[in-house]
Design a protein around this ligand. Structure first.
Ligand SMILES: Nc1nc2c(c(=O)[nH]1)N[C@H]1C(S)=C(S)[C@@H](COP(=O)(O)O)O[C@H]1N2
Ligand SMILES: [Mo]
Length: 402
């Protein structure tokens, strides 16, 4: 069992914020078991953070509500992997408490829709197969704050996204161990165990279906950036769906089912559908695969004239990001930027830098990534709830050079 750390402000905690490198994250694993108590959604703990995730770094986050906090644009770090204390939180249901979770290694995962249905404990999954992979966790509504029609929901700008290293058991190994898929399986459906019992599952169960082809990349993870997945990020076991939007990465996962149909709960049927403004319904596309996207991380407001280093992150969604361009004149002319830092595979983002000489004046700096033969569009795709924004214009920054 992870040791409980009561003093959330201790220097050992702060150490995690600095663990932005892979080696640092791995080193953190040996000294930093995490266990966070309390599932009370509204209880404000130390420094304005909700107590159920009081170990977060307050200054790295913008708190939108008691269910959503995003990383400041300047706080995703310059080491590819996002420090865990800076990572955004988005809850549809309250985070499960230590008391609800119990012994982490005894956590159960039920598997259905296979030849031989089984229930695994977390300890058994650890012995079945393992993989470690960097992926991007990004809320479908990241960038919603840029929409003109003020869609309902957290007004995220760029910070409902993180690049994280997970360790878990591949879904393909589970399927194999269960004798293969049952016939007619078209979707991989994952169910969270976080819904309070008194609620109606049709309305409140976090259950998400993704196309069955995603099983080859998907895994159920127990570790993130070298530590046990904290409760507020869906520990002790969480679905990781590389290349797919945040909601499909079901936290506190208790069941995997290989189903003929998509789940009929609200979070599948009507929420997370990309529909025209004023329309809704299950006939519209679900928030599944993420599109190519990039944004600038620095500078954000001002710079000194002379040599200016522009930096940011670029992601390909389900494809490898191949190219990144920067414009300092609002998109009239573009130049190639350079990727820097480790290439952690197609599901991770890449950090980019662009060096330029700027005279005093006002500049609109924008970035445009390409992946799999597609480039970011200039404009957002207007839609009711403000999902899947990858337009480059809104993600630019207005800089005053003096
Ligand atoms: N069980 C469960 N899984 C969940 C959620 C939830 O509320 N419950 N929220 C989803 C949403 S909308 C997003 S964007 C991500 C957020 O993950 P994070 O809070 O670890 O950043 O988890 C997804 N998985
Ligand atoms: Mo989300």
């Amino acid at each position: 069992m992870p040791k409980k750390i009561k003093k959330i402000n201790s220097s050992r905690r702060n150490f995690l914020a600095g663990s932005a490198t892979v080696a640092g994250a791995a080193a953190a694993a040996t000294v930093l078991p995490i266990s966070i108590a309390s599932a009370n959604h509204t209880d404000k703990g130390a420094r304005g953070l909700p107590s159920w995730t009081g170990w977060k770094k307050r200054s790295a986050l913008i708190i939108h509500s008691d269910k959503g906090m995003e990383t400041h644009r300047a706080a995703i770090g310059n080491s590819v992997i996002t420090p865990l204390r800076h990572v955004y939180i988005r809850n549809n249901m309250p985070t499960m408490s230590d008391a609800q979770i119990g012994n982490r290694n005894k956590w159960k995962l039920k598997v259905e829709g296979v030849k031989n249905p089984k229930t695994y404990t977390l300890a058994q999954l650890k012995q079945l197969a393992q993989k470690t992979e960097a992926t991007i966790l990004q809320c479908s509504g990241n960038g919603r704050g840029f929409f003109g029609h003020k869609p309902r929901g957290s007004q995220w700008e760029t910070g409902a996204a993180a690049c994280l290293i997970w360790t878990g058991c591949p879904v393909s190994a589970i399927i194999k161990d269960c004798g293969g898929l049952a016939s007619g399986a078209k979707f991989l459906t994952a169910t969270g165990a976080d819904m309070p019992k008194q609620l109606n599952p049709k309305k409140a169960l976090v259950e998400r279906s993704i196309p069955i082809k995603a099983q080859k990349d998907a895994f159920v993870a127990w570790e993130v950036n070298g530590v046990n997945i904290p409760n507020s990020h869906g520990g002790p076991l969480r679905m990781v769906t590389p290349g797919y939007f945040g909601i499909n990465n079901v936290k506190h996962v208790g069941k995997l089912a290989f189903t003929a149909k998509e789940s009929s709960v609200k979070y599948m049927k009507s929420s997370y559908r990309i529909s025209p403004i004023g329309k809704k319904g299950s006939q519209y596309p679900s928030c599944w695969e993420m599109p190519v996207k990039s944004w600038i991380v620095s500078p954000l407001k001002s710079a000194k004239s002379g040599n200016v280093v522009v930096s940011g992150v670029a992601m390909g969604g389900t494809k490898k990001v191949s190219n990144i361009k920067v414009s300092v004149d609002g998109g009239k002319s573009w130049k190639k930027a350079k990727f820097t830092g480790p290439d952690m595979g197609k599901f991770a983002w890449r950090r980019f830098v662009f060096e330029t000489k700027l005279k005093p004046g006002n500049y609109k700096i924008v970035s445009k990534a390409s992946a799999g033969g597609k480039s970011q569009p200039k404009l957002r795709m207007e839609n009711r709830r403000g999902y899947a924004h990858n337009g480059w214009l809104d993600h630019g920054v207005d800089i005053k050079v003096s």
